[in-house]
Design a protein. Sequence first.
Lengths: 227, 227
Amino acid sequence: MQAISPAARHFPPAILALHGPAAMPRRPVAEPGVRLRFAKGEGIYAEGDDAEYFYKVVSGTVRICKVLHDGRRQIEAFHLARDIFGLERGATHRFTAEAVDDLVVLAFRARTLEDLLRDDPDLGGELMASVLASLDRARDHLVLLGRKSAREKIATFLLNIAERLSSDGSFELPMQRGDIADHLGLTIETVSRTLTRMARDGLIGLQACGRAVEILDRDGLAAADAD
Amino acid sequence: MQAISPAARHFPPAILALHGPAAMPRRPVAEPGVRLRFAKGEGIYAEGDDAEYFYKVVSGTVRICKVLHDGRRQIEAFHLARDIFGLERGATHRFTAEAVDDLVVLAFRARTLEDLLRDDPDLGGELMASVLASLDRARDHLVLLGRKSAREKIATFLLNIAERLSSDGSFELPMQRGDIADHLGLTIETVSRTLTRMARDGLIGLQACGRAVEILDRDGLAAADAD
DNA sequence: CGGTCGGTTGAGTATGCTCAATCCACGTGG
DNA sequence: CCACGTGGATTGAGCATACTCAACCGACCG
């Protein structure tokens, strides 16, 4: 149990015990992976940790983020059910992963990429597809961060989340305003103002606490988006 | 010669001829790939084109970009010598690739990822590493776009470029101000002002035409950067 | 020599940020 | 049951960073 130190304070004892090598499967996907449970706010791994494992979300939401020296934070991505995260090029994690709400994941031993690909070409294909999917998302998000207005950012975000976790246009936001702000390169206040204005404009419905969102005018939202 | 249409106007006839299937190698890296030459400003592929080939830069610079309906542009990345680009998850390119300056690349037939990985595990490893490298860059760039000030963005950019194409701290910027602006989520004017101010502050040296840059105070630049 | 392209510089402005107050839901304890 | 405290969200007022619009400069080229 070495080198989990930077994040260790975030892990409950039961999880730390599971991170021992003996508890991990040798062949990642052929065997089911180890099921781990995290409470809201707990860390899965921290920047600088050894990248011994990668993960697949069973249920719940993960945020992948980096914090600058002065506290500014950027959330690179949110991962929802079935997403794979935590696979790294180097030996350590370059970002931090935390549970946004109650979370269940499967953990797989990463070993070296070469080993992974050689042992299981199918797994290689799945991992490659998942990494390319992450890259596609990151690229789209670059466009959003670099060139979209606050209103366009929120419109894109809502349509994206709706697509990922709702069949109709109604869903519960798993994350709070600060998380949305740090994902979109905005402040909490701007996120709040923009959402309430969209509600006033009849684009969306907002429930009491602000977490439940209903898309009332999909075309209007798509028009408020840029591309 | 189907489906290169959207970008066809950018390609000189010689290149279009080379894009015919007969001219392409069947095994991407074992065989050397087809050498292609592009003049400054020419397109390698456009958003929506079939992703038949991926590429490795021999010399020169490529920009990967997307343009919104109203003309706003985001440059996702610059690729320099030895970088691999153009590998996609789906069947089509989701961004546009253009030559920033005179460019030489090797083109490889992409086929399906599964085929690639099965035929040549070593290649699979190389591609996976390259995709993960792209992802790492994209992630760092997300942090820059979402949370850094103009000065921090320029500082990060200069240090990054210096590391990639100069052993000492002296190099020639391959791209013009507009490209830098669209890469960093700024305007031309802000890029120009920030660079001249950095020169006044003694952090960098700027030559006449503004392309030649010399890093005079690496620590100062690193301090101007955020993380 | 005029024209174009890329870059720089200046003046004024707008978008989104900062700081601050308020609100609301919820949980806890008297 | 109600008072209180807390965390998250909303709203308002003022401000700053980076944008817009515009002029100007210098190099290059036909």
